[in-house]
Ligand binder design. Structure first.
Ligand code: NAP
Ligand code: ZN
Length: 350
């Protein structure tokens, strides 16, 4: 075990502050990674504030990790010292249950180990995330990052990227489909980029008229202001697919009204109770509402390779770790274009 620098919150009302954590010595199948950049996901904020009632303190958030390999165990041949790699929301799973065998480790029947705030099956206690100098991860959960991508702007692909890519791929979004992405934040801006890259007619559905121009630059063909009932009426029954990234419980009825017959809205944002849904919203038109959680490791690698090929990365605002609490306040107000990424040099130099 080695002590390293990190940033942690020790209660739901506390700011994040400097903290020391321990990482295990590199095991046979481990990859030890020097963390260069870490994205700031709205889930980090939810977990620090205990919004999901399952936080274990101290919380060291961070699951959009990009770094360079520092050391590999004897059993690792796929990675070598100096490789550019990524770690997302998952660091372990049983590898034997039917979900793991289907490359859906996020749904591991024995319980996946998430990058932070999960039981740590190697060292005891709970896992600590990427707001830290380094991380040691089993080789099966380490991703190769295409070298042509800007490493710092690739960090958000590890969560915001896969969380939006996976449902678009699973529900078979294709060229010419009319796809709506609801909420222009970290996830939403990646959803727009992916839907556009997949050839869909992409509509940004936002509460913020001020984001319209950006939405178009990101790849939206149209912008729909969800508070404008006239505009919502014009788009009724017209969408082949909706990706809903709203981070809190909300009324889904107005969005369900946008779906075409036999179409689906996938919820990825609200991991909490949603307002009552009128049965008629689904019955009239045989519509579906579904959910989706990140993506498995194989699909995450596919997504990174897709990004390498199509040169897709996030639009980011770089911050030093010392400004993380201010960044959380801005994230809470949807005031970020469109993902904060921490330069981890600021932690190492502190
Ligand atoms: P974010 O950057 O804060 O973006 C959320 C966007 O939703 C905002 O920019 C805003 O866009 C819109 N919004 C916010 N509050 C709203 C409200 N009350 N009503 C309607 N729209 C609202 O957050 P994020 O990082 O993209 O994360 C979004 C959610 O996904 C979080 O809850 C996060 O925990 C969750 N998440 C889920 C998964 C998964 O696997 N399912 C993975 C990662 C994150 P406009 O201004 O455009 O309206
Ligand atoms: Zn996330």
């Amino acid at each position: 075990m080695k002590k390293i620098k990190a940033y942690a919150a020790d209660s739901k009302d506390a700011d994040l502050k400097p903290y020391e954590i321990e990482r295990r010595a590199t095991l046979e199948d481990d990859v030890k990674i020097d963390i260069l950049y870490c994205g700031v996901c709205h889930s980090d904020l939810h977990q620090v504030r205990n919004d999901w009632k399952n936080s274990v303190y101290p919380v060291v958030p961070g699951h959009e990790i990009i770094g360079k390999v520092l050391e590999v165990g004897k059993g690792v041949s796929k990675f070598k010292v100096g490789d550019l790699v990524g770690v997302g929301c998952l660091v372990d799973s049983c590898q034997t249950c039917s979900a793991c065998k289907d490359d859906l480790e996020q749904f591991c029947e024995k319980g996946a180990t998430f990058t932070y705030n999960s039981e740590d099956k190697h060292s005891g206690g709970h896992t600590f995330g990427g707001y830290s100098e380094s991380v040691t991860v089993n080789k099966e959960f380490v991703l190769k990052v295409p070298e042509n991508l800007d490493a710092k702007a690739a960090a958000p692909l590890l969560c915001a990227g896969i969380t939006t890519y996976s449902p678009l791929a699973h529900w078979g979004v294709k060229k010419g489909d009319k796809v709506g992405v609801i909420g222009l934040g970290g996830l939403g801006h990646m959803g727009v980029k992916f839907a556009h890259a997949m050839g869909a007619h992409t509509v940004m559905i936002t509460t913020s008229p001020s984001k319209s121009e950006d939405a178009k630059k990101l790849g939206a063909d149209e912008v729909l202001i969800s508070k404008d009932q006239e505009q919502m009426k014009k788009h009724a029954n017209s969408f082949d697919f909706l990706l809903n990234t709203i981070p809190v419980g909300h009324d889904m009825n107005p969005y369900a009204a946008l779906l075409k017959r036999d179409s689906t809205m996938v919820i990825v944002g609200a991991v909490e109770p949603l307002d009552p849904l009128h049965g008629g919203s689904l019955i009239m038109g045989r519509k579906s509402i579904a959910g989706s959680l990140i993506g498995g490791i194989k699909e995450t690698q596919e997504m990174l390779d897709f990004c390498g090929k199509h040169n897709v990365v996030s639009d980011i605002e770089m911050i030093d770790i010392q400004n993380i609490n201010e960044a959380y306040n801005r994230l809470q107000k949807s005031d970020v274009k469109y993902r904060f990424v921490i330069d981890m040099k600021s932690l190492k130099d502190s």
